[in-house]
Design a protein around this ligand. Structure first.
Ligand SMILES: Nc1ncnc2c1ncn2[C@@H]1O[C@H](COP(=O)(O)OP(=O)(O)OP(=O)(O)O)[C@@H](O)[C@H]1O
Length: 328
């Protein structure tokens, strides 16, 4: 995870219309070499459509798209050999053995080596990298779900891609498989300068894996930044709970330190049961999506590259504000 600055994905004013339905409405973002970029968004936001356009599988309606310096709509074989794709499911080849399948798929890349990159990835080396060493000679249908997903990543990586797309890579995983898969992706990201773009509904996953997160909602980017930068856009959503005179209170405030100081100044030792819960990425995500849907922070731009929402649209919450709301 060491973005070098070179732009690998460049999307400006991307639009997609299915019939009369606008599903991408001026999407703009970039990804840089070595970066792990996560695209988050509710169902139907347009994530798969975006990724399919970037992969060259779907023609866009309008806008500028460049992937590894080429327009994916006109990507040739050589361009395709530089890209790895991990689809949501791959159910063929059940009788093939892991090693056989990877060696076979690797032959497609043999003619696409460059001075910098030798293709394909050696099957044994790749199998070890994705942690399938013990299963190399197993038939694919005998693999567990987690092992299967590791193989999916190996299939995506066999051509030593400069850019790897992962569409909801851990959907349906149990916590342990998810944890192992995250370690695999972090290892890949750390190992070289592969750029990784993934879509996910899992906020913890985005937080853990991604250098940068873009949030798509109704075909528009409503946020773009690191998890910390996104949280800063929704400053002040720490939750403070306390008890006073036997009654419990809860407030969401921007400056929890100042708020608590004011609480003690006013009520001293009568305050008990104090708890402060900092806003999580989930709170941030929900707030950003809600803000975009309610039109707070100004109307969404119709065109191109101003889709990121800069305003906070939040109400002020003075540090010493002592208004109390009983919750039960
Ligand atoms: N081939 C198609 N023809 C018409 N409409 C489509 C087509 N593919 C997708 N859509 C519509 O485009 C919108 C965006 O779909 P897309 O699959 O890109 O969303 P998504 O963010 O990936 O959703 P999810 O999280 O549910 O996978 C949806 O309203 C969907 O119904």
């Amino acid at each position: 995870m060491s973005p070098s600055g070179e732009t690998v994905i460049e999307v400006e004013g991307l639009r997609m219309r299915y019939g009369a339905n606008d599903v991408l409405r001026g999407v703009t973002f970039r990804a840089h070499q070595g970066e792990v970029l996560a695209m988050l968004g509710p169902n139907g936001a347009g994530k798969t459509t975006t990724i399919e356009i970037l992969e060259g599988f779907r023609m866009r309606s309008a806008g500028h798209v460049s992937v590894l310096g080429q327009d994916p709509a006109h990507g040739d074989e050589n361009w395709r050999s530089r890209i790895g794709i991990v689809l949501q499911s791959w159910r063929d080849h059940g009788k093939w053995r892991v090693r056989e399948l990877l060696a076979h798929l690797g032959t497609y890349y043999a003619g696409h080596s460059t001075e910098r990159v030798t293709r394909p990835w050696d099957a044994a080396e790749l199998i070890a990298l994705v942690g399938l060493g013990e299963h190399a000679d197993k038939q694919i249908r005998m693999l567990s779900g987690g092992q299967r997903r590791r193989l999916d990543v190996a299939i995506g990586m066999v051509g030593r891609p400069e850019l790897l797309f992962l569409d909801e890579p851990t959907a349906g995983f149990d916590p342990e498989a998810r944890h192992e898969f995250h370690d695999l992706i972090l290892g890949l990201a750390a190992a070289g300068d592969t750029t990784i773009m993934l879509t996910t509904h899992d906020l913890a996953e985005a937080d853990k894996l991604a250098d940068r997160i873009v949030i798509l909602n109704h075909g528009r980017i409503v946020a773009d930044g690191t998890a910390a930068e996104l949280a800063e856009q929704i400053v002040g959503e720490d939750e403070v709970r306390w008890t006073l005179d036997g009654q419990r209170y809860v407030r969401s405030v921007k400056d929890s330190t100042g708020f608590v100081r004011g609480l003690f100044e006013e009520h001293g030792t009568a305050v008990s049961g104090l708890a402060v819960r900092p806003s999580s990425l989930e709170d941030t995500y929900l707030a950003l999506v809600h803000r975009a849907e309610s039109g707070e922070g100004g109307p969404p731009p119709e065109d191109e590259d101003e889709a990121e929402d800069g305003g906070t649209g939040e109400n002020g919450d003075g540090a010493g504000d002592q208004a109390k709301e009983s919750v039960r």
